[in-house]
Design a protein around this ligand. Structure first.
Ligand code: C2E
Ligand code: MG
Ligand code: MG
Ligand code: MG
Length: 270
């Protein structure tokens, strides 16, 4: 049947799928030009302490598409990972973040701010990832002490030994590691003791139902306890209400990120 249809096979596609594929191909072609055309920009979301004072920021990537306007990373990062553009994009994010740290270092009121950067598994698994990070640190002159790399659990389960070695080499520069979206992966907790992590980031899905779901609250409470026992910092992401903040403080979580404090903002609005 398909063979017989020959070059007209396309009419057997479901039109919705065909338009999705076209949309994707267009987006992919545009994404290749995003970096050279300066369409990528970093937004910064505050990470605050119990007093509500920012102690640092998370850099979140935005794509300002010339026709479609702002496109969120949820839409284009998976695409960039598939076609490996994320390697160059990720390097640009790191370099831009490091330059920002250098700019802050000159201002006494900002010199101790940390900056967290999301690292894609595709980027991390590149054989020269460690060297590239070191080169960027050297080239920009940023202090690794204020740079935090956010990794995800999925990145750490496969090739755990290799991941550990890379992390240890990077740790020697003085930078730190945060485990993003903690609790959403399907990995064993054993890696928490085997990897040189500095911080756990409680995923926003647990924070969202903190006050209306006892099981969720139990998970958050144990995560905070686990962090303290292992000597790790713990930060809650997606904090949107005062009630969530109060609950978290009462349960000894002292670092927060979320719309309650500030959305991700362009640099000039910080
Ligand atoms: P993430 O690293 O877990 O970042 C947190 C996401 O939650 C961000 O979405 C942020 O805007 C959003 N958010 C912050 N506070 C709240 C809140 O109170 N409520 C709710 N509902 N959401 C909140 P965003 O900026 O769309 O980024 C989505 C994901 O894209 C990030 O999740 C991260 O995994 C990825 N991403 C962003 N920038 C980069 C990047 O430079 N490189 C890589 N590899 N991934 C990135
Ligand atoms: Mg993150
Ligand atoms: Mg997260
Ligand atoms: Mg996430």
């Amino acid at each position: 049947q398909a063979k017989q249809a020959g070059r007209n096979t396309l009419r057997f596609f479901d039109p919705a799928m065909q338009s999705r594929l076209q949309h994707r191909a267009r987006l992919e072609a545009d994404l290749r030009k995003a970096l050279p055309n300066n369409e990528l920009v970093l937004y910064y979301q505050a990470q605050v302490n119990a007093a509500g004072t920012p102690t640092g920021y998370e850099a979140l990537l935005r794509w300002v598409h010339p026709l479609r306007g702002m496109i969120s990373p949820g839409e284009f990062i998976p695409l960039a990972e598939e076609n490996r553009l994320i390697i160059e994009i990720g390097a640009w994010v790191l370099e831009t973040a490091c330059r920002q740290l250098v700019a802050w270092a000159d201002d006494p009121s900002k010199a101790t701010l940390t900056l967290a950067v999301n690292i894609s598994p595709v980027q991390f698994h590149e054989p020269d990832f460690v060297e590239r990070v070191m080169q960027i640190l050297e080239r920009t002159g940023a202090s690794p002490r204020y740079l935090k790399l956010e990794l995800t659990e999925s990145l750490l389960v496969e090739a755990q030994q290799q991941a550990r070695e890379k992390m240890l080499r990077l740790k020697q520069t003085g930078l730190s590691f945060s485990l993003d979206d903690f609790g959403t992966g399907y990995s064993s907790l054993a890696y928490l003791t085997q990897l040189p992590l500095d911080q756990l980031k409680i995923d926003q899905s647990f924070v969202r139902h903190l006050l209306d779901d006892l099981a969720n609250a139990a998970i958050v409470e144990s995560t905070i306890g686990l962090s303290h026992s292992l000597g790790l910092e713990v930060i809650a992401e997606g904090v949107e209400t005062e009630a969530q903040r109060a609950w978290l403080i009462e349960h000894h979580c002292h670092a927060f990120q979320g719309y309650l404090f500030a959305p991700p903002l362009p640099l000039e609005s910080l």
